[in-house]
Design a protein around this ligand. Structure first.
Ligand code: NDP
Length: 257
C-alpha cells in the first residue's frame, strides 16, 4: 500500500539544470518513479544529448526539454509559459541549477557575488514564483529547492555560494508561509559533498579528498544517486505533511564536529 505513495505516474516535473550532474540524476529518479519530465539547462546541445538518452529510455511522450537562462526574468516567464501551454501543468518543480565560485572574500568582485546569488537564489524565486501561480490556481504542487551543507556551514573561499545557500533555507520557509495553505509542499534537499563535474577538482586534490573522508561519518563522497530517493519522496504523496524543511543528505557531516 505505501508503495503507491511514491508513484509519480502522470505527474509532470521540471528539474532546472538537469542536463548534467545532480539535476540529471534527480530527473532520472523521478522518471523511474513514473513522472514525465521537462529537462532543462542553458547549453542547448548538452541538453539535447541528455534528452535523447532519456527519450530512448522512457519514451518521447514522457520526455520534454527546454533551454532558458534561469537568471533572466523574461526568459523564465517565457519558458514556464511555453512548458505549461505545450507540455502541461508543472506539478513538481526542482530548483536545482547552480554555480560555484571560489575566491577569498576580500578578493571577491561584486559582479561574481551578484552572478552566484542570482544563479543560486534569485533564480529559485523567479522560477518558483512563475510555477507557483499555476499550482495555487490548481490547489496542489511540490517544490524542492536544492540547498547544500553550506546552508548551515561556512568554509573559506566560497562566501557568495554560502550566502546563496543560506538564502535557499529561508526562501523555502517564505514560500511555505505563503503557499502551504494551497496544498503546495515546499522543502529543500541539502546535499553534502557529491562527486560531480562541479567537485571533480576537489576529488582530485589529495589533501581535500582525505579531509572529506575524515570529516564525513559515512566516510565517503556522496553520489548523485544518493539524492534520487529523497527527491522522489519529496515529489510524492509520501511527503504531503512535510512543509518548509531542509533535509540534509550529507553522510552525517552536519551532525558532527
Ligand atoms: P553542475 O555544474 O554539474 O550542473 C549545473 C546545471 O545547472 C547544468 O545543467 C547547467 O546547465 C545548469 N545551469 C547553471 N547555470 C544556469 C543558468 N544560468 N541557467 C540555466 N541553467 C543553468 O552542478 P551540480 O550537479 O554539481 O549541482 C547542482 C545543484 O546542487 C546546485 O544547486 C549545487 O549548488 C548543488 N549542490 C552540489 C553539490 C556537489 O557536491 N556537487 C553539493 C551541494 C549542493 P548548462 O550545462 O547548460 O550550463
Amino acid at each position: 500500500m505505501t508503495q503507491n505513495l511514491f508513484d509519480l505516474t502522470g505527474r509532470l516535473a521540471l528539474v532546472t539544470g538537469s542536463s548534467r550532474g545532480i539535476g540529471r540524476t534527480i530527473a532520472r529518479g523521478l522518471a523511474e518513479a513514473g513522472a514525465s519530465l521537462v529537462l532543462h539547462g542553458r547549453d542547448p546541445e548538452r541538453l539535447a544529448e541528455t534528452a535523447a538518452e532519456f527519450t530512448a529510455e522512457f519514451g518521447a511522450e514522457r520526455i520534454h526539454h527546454i533551454a532558458f537562462d534561469i537568471t533572466d526574468e523574461a526568459a523564465v516567464a517565457a519558458g514556464i509559459k511555453t512548458i505549461e501551454s505545450t507540455m502541461g501543468p508543472i506539478e513538481v518543480l526542482v530548483n536545482n541549477a547552480g554555480v560555484q565560485h571560489r575566491v577569498p572574500l576580500v578578493e571577491l568582485a561584486v559582479e561574481d557575488w551578484d552572478r552566484v546569488l542570482r544563479t543560486n537564489l534569485t533564480s529559485a524565486f523567479l522560477v518558483g514564483r512563475e510555477v507557483a501561480r499555476g499550482m495555487i490556481t490548481r490547489g496542489s504542487g511540490k517544490i524542492i529547492n536544492i540547498a547544500s551543507v553550506q546552508t548551515d556551514l561556512a568554509r573559506p573561499t566560497i562566501s557568495a555560494y554560502t550566502a546563496s545557500k543560506g538564502g535557499i533555507r529561508n526562501l523555502t520557509r517564505a514560500m511555505t508561509a505563503e503557499w502551504a495553505g494551497h496544498n503546495i509542499q515546499i522543502n529543500a534537499l541539502a546535499p553534502g559533498y557529491i562527486h560531480t563535474e562541479m567537485t571533480q577538482k576537489l576529488v582530485d586534490d589529495e589533501a581535500f579528498n582525505s579531509w572529506i573522508l575524515g570529516r564525513t561519518p559515512a566516510a565517503r563522497w556522496g553520489s548523485t544517486e544518493d539524492l534520487a530517493g529523497p527527491a522522489v519522496w519529496l515529489a510524492s504523496a509520501g511527503s504531503n505533511f512535510v512543509n518548509g524543511q531542509v533535509i540534509f543528505i550529507d553522510g552525517g557531516m552536519t551532525v558532527v564536529v
